[in-house]
Design a protein around this ligand. Sequence first.
Ligand SMILES: Cc1ncc(COP(=O)(O)O)c(C=O)c1O
Length: 383
Amino acid sequence: MVNFNKKIDRSENDSRKWAGRKSYFGREDLLPMWVADMDIEAPSIVIEALKNKADQKIFGYTMENEGYIGSLVNWVEKKHGYKLFCDRIAHSPTVVTSLNLLIKTLTNEGDNITIQSPTYPQFVKQIKSNNRKVMINKLIEKEDGYEIDFIDFEEKIKNSVVFILCNPHNPTGRVWTREELSKIAEICVKYDVKIISDEIHSDLILNGKHLPIASLGKQVELLVYTCLSSTKTFNLAGIQSSFVVFPTTREKESFVEELSLIGVHEPNSFCMDMVISAYNHGEEWLEELIDHLRGNIEFAIDYIGRNIPQIKVKKPEATYLLWLDLREYRLSDEKLKGRLVEDGGLALTMGGAFMGSGFARMNIACPRYMLEDGLERLKKTFG
Ligand SMILES: Cc1ncc(COP(=O)(O)O)c(C=O)c1O
């Protein structure tokens, strides 16, 4: 059994979440529950693989080996029941790199790209920085969670070239159902709109099953560019590795060519061994992690319900992120952030960053003692 409640120390870890407190929040003494990585050690099997790599002592230019892409193919088939083709998969350093290049290659300046709000901030950033236009399909808040407004979705898709799907969804934690994904697919096929499907959170399903949108049939598969990564799943973001699954080999090849033009097509020395060990031997660790995350979520929701009932929070179906509704306080994001920092000593990501003002995102992927501390700080701020 892995001990996910072990005391951790990231003071020398060059972690954005911890070392970035001063520059992002103005203070160093905050409990950081913001950046979406885990305050949890990576699987020991992966650490072993990295040590073995370091023991090779030479870190020259690399070349992709078969096992690297193969480990992803096996993983996706085993976990999500979807068979990928090796020759349609490209390595990419990060999902954000892929979003940027896919937007550049699939659209032209001035084109409309639809996203759903609240949204992962990089979607907006990448669209705008490439001089494309952001079309927002606002998710509808219902008693038991967020839903898609399909009438508005179709209106937006009709006028778009690309739709960026986030499945599972950050920050709401929704796992889109087969019915919802089929409807998305049907509308995108109808208007011949390509789908960039960011499925980075797909291994972190707490309730339900992940369904890759590309698996819903040939017609939609030809429109889908799926971004996947082991780094969110196994807490390896600092080493960087991700994949894009393309509809055709030709498109994969031109993407690799684009990556090579900016010199980031070769996996770094550590990432291949890291990914192979995680995908080939990390399943048991992941199952235990998911149990830990479920436990933390239950604990947090129960605590908030009993101690700070003004904060509304729904149980996420995936991810380790709680989307806290702080609108009852009727304060601006700036004021909410100020209170969290000054009164509670807590660093959360404010909702405005996700086009969700009045909310805050709390990362609960940490040992229980840290979660308890974070919840007490939340209570101190708002209780
Ligand atoms: C939906 C989503 N996509 C992409 C990323 C970033 O992925 P990468 O580190 O591979 O760029 C994140 C990180 O939080 C995310 O939540």
